[in-house]
Design a protein around this ligand. Structure first.
Ligand SMILES: Nc1nc2c(ncn2[C@@H]2O[C@H](COP(=O)(O)OP(=O)(O)OP(=O)(O)O)[C@@H](O)[C@H]2O)c(=O)[nH]1
Ligand SMILES: [Mg+2]
Length: 531
C-alpha cells in the first residue's frame, strides 16, 4: 500500500494511521480492507458536508465558499444529487453510477455543472467535481440535497451516499488523471460489505444551513445526518450552522433589532444557537446570495453602473421601488427592466439597498470597492473565519477521531471477539499516550455535547469551551485577560476537575473529568512555557 504520510493532516492522524497499519496483519481480510479504507480517508482532505432543508441555500453557499458558480442552484435534477467538490489539477466532472461506473461530463459554458446531466438519474450514486480552486486543497465540500425534503428518493440518495461516500471516491491524488487510476481505488474498496462500508464512511464535519426559525425537525434532521456519518455524533467539534437568507428576515418581528435586518439576523442566530447547541459550535448569520454574487464574479462593473443610475433617481421613485421586489421591477424608471431583474437575481432587494447606501455615502465608489462592501454585508468572512477556527485548524483531530470511530465500528462489526479485543487494546494503548490527549478531549467533548455523558449545565458549558476556539484564553473563558490570571485559573480548574473525577462523579463523568483535568494542566503548562 502506498505510504501517504506526507499528506496526513498532522500527528494525531499519523498515530491512527500507524495503528491501522500495525493492526492490519492481525485482523481478518474484511476488517483489513476496512482499515485500508480508513487509511485512504485519513490522507484525504477534511470532508465537510453542507446539509440542511431543501432550498435553504446550500448550493449557493457552496459556490460562495469555493468562489465559483459551479453548483447548480434553484432548479434542475442536480439539486437532488450529492456532489463532492474536491481539489484536482484540472477541472473535471464525473458522474458516478451506483454500479461504480463513471462518466466524464463537460462543464456548462458558464463553468457550472449542468443542472440536468442527461443520464438516468436513478442509477446515479453521486457527482464528483474536481476543481483547481485552492480552497479545496484542504477541504472537500459535499453539497447535499435537502434533508427533510419530501422527495424520498433524494433523501435516500443523501443518506446512502453519506454512508458510502468513500467506497466510490477515487484517491485524492488521482484527481485529474485518467479514470483507470480511480477505478482501481473503487475496486479496492468495493469488496467491503455494507456494514464495514458504513463503519468507515461519512462526512467528517457538517456545515448545517438553516433559515429563519429553526423548526423542531431541523434538529431531527441534524440527528438524522449524524446517524449517517459513520456513527460520529455531530457536536461542537465538527459542526457549524449558518442562518442563511439573513436578508429576508423581517426585522420588525425580532425584538431588539431596532428595525435593522442584520441586527435581527444576529439576534435570531443567537437564539437558534441556544436551540441547536451543543449540536453545533455556533450559528452565524449569512446572506448566501450576496456572498455568491460577490465572490464568484457574478457582480460586474455593469451591475455597479446600473446601481449608480438607480442611486441617482429622485428620492420618491427610489423609495417606492425599494418597497418590494415587484415594485422594483415594475415601477416606471429609465433603468431597463431586464437590468433590474438581473440585479434582483444577484443581490435581492436587501443587497441592492446596501449598494445604494454605499453609493450615497461615496458617490464615486469604484465597482471593486462596492463589491467589497457587499461582500462585507454578506457575513461570509465570519463564516470563513469560523470554518477556519473550528474545522481547518483542527482537521487533524477531527479526522483522527473520525478514523478512530471507524476503526472501532469495524472491529465491532467483525463478529470475532478476539479481533475486537485486539483492536480495543491497541486503541487503549494509543489513547494512553500523552500525544493522544487531544483525541481524548475531542471524544469527551462529543460525549458531553451529545448528552451521552450527562453533566450539570455549567460544567457542560465549561467542557464545551475547549472546543470553542484554538485560542487558550477563550478556552478558559477569559478572553483578553493577562497571562498570570489565565495560569492561575487553569491551575485552579485542573485541581477542581481532579477532585470531581475522584469524588461525586459517575464512572462516565469521572472519565471525562480526568480528560478535562489534564486539558487544564496542559494549558497551564503551555502558558508557563510562553513566559
Ligand atoms: N434572498 C436570498 N435568497 C437566497 C439566499 N441564498 C440562496 N437564495 C436563493 O434560494 C434559492 C435556493 O437556493 P439553493 O442554493 O439552490 O438552495 P439549496 O438548499 O441548494 O436547494 P436544494 O438543493 O434544492 O435543496 C435560490 O433561488 C437562491 O438564489 C440568500 O441569502 N438570500
Ligand atoms: Mg442545492
Amino acid at each position: 500500500m502506498k505510504t501517504q504520510a506526507q499528506q496526513l493532516a498532522g500527528p494525531l492522524s499519523a498515530a491512527v494511521a500507524n495503528l491501522c497499519v500495525g493492526l492490519q496483519p492481525q485482523v481478518s481480510p474484511a476488517t483489513a480492507a476496512g482499515f485500508r479504507e480508513v487509511l485512504r480517508r485519513l490522507s484525504a482532505p477534511l470532508q465537510v458536508a453542507v446539509a440542511g432543508r431543501i432550498k435553504s441555500g446550500k448550493s449557493t453557499l457552496v459556490n460562495a465558499l469555493i468562489g465559483r458558480r459551479v453548483a447548480p442552484t434553484d432548479v434542475g435534477e442536480c439539486t437532488r444529487l450529492v456532489t463532492r467538490f474536491q481539489y484536482g489539477t484540472v477541472d473535471r466532472i464525473e458522474v458516478v453510477f451506483t454500479d461504480g461506473r463513471k462518466q466524464v461530463l463537460p462543464f456548462q459554458p458558464n463553468g457550472s455543472i449542468p443542472p440536468d446531466l442527461g443520464v438516468d438519474i436513478d442509477k446515479v450514486s453521486h457527482v464528483e467535481a474536481y476543481l483547481t480552486n485552492a480552497v479545496l486543497r484542504d477541504l472537500t465540500v459535499i453539497d447535499t440535497p435537502g434533508l427533510g425534503s419530501l422527495d424520498a428518493a433524494s433523501v435516500a440518495r443523501t443518506e446512502a451516499l453519506l454512508g458510502t461516500l468513500s467506497h466510490t471516491g477515487p484517491d485524492s491524488d488521482s484527481a485529474g488523471t485518467d479514470s483507470a487510476v480511480s477505478d482501481s481505488a473503487v475496486s479496492d474498496s468495493v469488496g467491503l460489505d455494507p456494514v464495514s462500508r458504513n463503519a468507515v464512511a461519512g462526512a467528517e464535519a457538517v456545515l448545517y444551513v438553516v433559515t429563519q426559525g429553526v423548526r423542531a425537525d431541523d434538529q431531527q434532521a441534524l440527528a438524522a445526518f449524524t446517524a449517517a456519518t459513520a456513527s460520529r455524533e455531530a457536536g461542537p467539534v465538527n459542526a457549524i450552522a449558518v442562518l442563511n437568507k439573513a436578508d429576508t428576515i423581517a426585522a420588525e418581528t425580532v425584538e431588539g433589532s431596532n428595525g435593522d435586518t442584520w441586527q435581527a439576523a444576529v439576534l435570531l442566530a443567537e437564539r437558534q444557537a441556544h436551540t441547536l447547541k451543543p449540536r453545533v459550535a455556533d450559528v452565524l448569520p449569512v446572506i448566501g446570495l450576496v456572498a455568491e454574487s460577490t465572490e464568484t464574479g457574478g457582480f460586474t462593473s455593469a451591475d455597479a453602473d446600473a446601481l449608480r443610475r438607480l442611486a441617482d433617481l429622485d428620492e420618491a421613485t427610489r423609495e417606492t421601488m425599494m418597497i418590494s421586489a415587484d415594485l422594483f421591477v415594475s415601477w416606471e424608471c429609465d433603468v431597463p427592466v431586464g437590468t433590474r431583474t438581473r440585479l434582483l437575481e444577484k443581490l435581492d432587494l436587501y443587497g441592492i439597498g446596501k449598494a445604494l447606501e454605499a453609493i450615497d455615502g461615496e458617490p464615486n465608489i469604484t465597482a471593486g470597492a462596492l463589491r467589497r462592501k457587499l461582500l462585507d454585508a454578506s457575513g461570509l468572512d465570519g463564516v470563513r473565519a469560523k470554518l477556519n477556527a473550528v474545522f481547518r485548524s483542527r482537521a487533524d483531530g477531527i479526522k483522527a477521531a473520525a478514523a478512530l470511530a471507524s476503526v472501532t465500528s469495524l472491529a465491532a462489526a467483525s463478529g470475532d471477539p478476539n479481533e475486537r479485543q485486539r483492536v480495543h487494546d491497541a486503541i487503549e494503548v494509543l489513547l494512553a499516550k500523552p500525544e493522544a490527549h487531544q483525541l481524548r478531549l475531542l471524544e469527551a467533548l462529543t460525549l458531553v455535547a451529545s448528552g451521552a455523558v450527562a453533566m450539570p449545565t455549567d460544567l457542560v458549558e465549561e467542557v464545551l469551551r475547549f472546543g470553542s476556539s484554538p485560542d487558550l484564553s477563550e478556552q478558559l473563558g477569559l478572553r483578553g485577560r493577562p497571562p498570570q490570571e489565565l495560569m492561575a485559573y487553569a491551575l485552579e480548574r485542573a485541581g477542581w476537575w481532579r477532585s470531581f473525577a475522584s469524588f461525586g462523579a459517575t464512572p462516565a463523568q469521572s472519565r471525562v473529568a480526568h480528560v478535562v483535568h489534564r486539558a487544564y494542566f496542559l494549558i497551564w503548562q503551555q502558558l508557563r512555557g510562553r513566559r
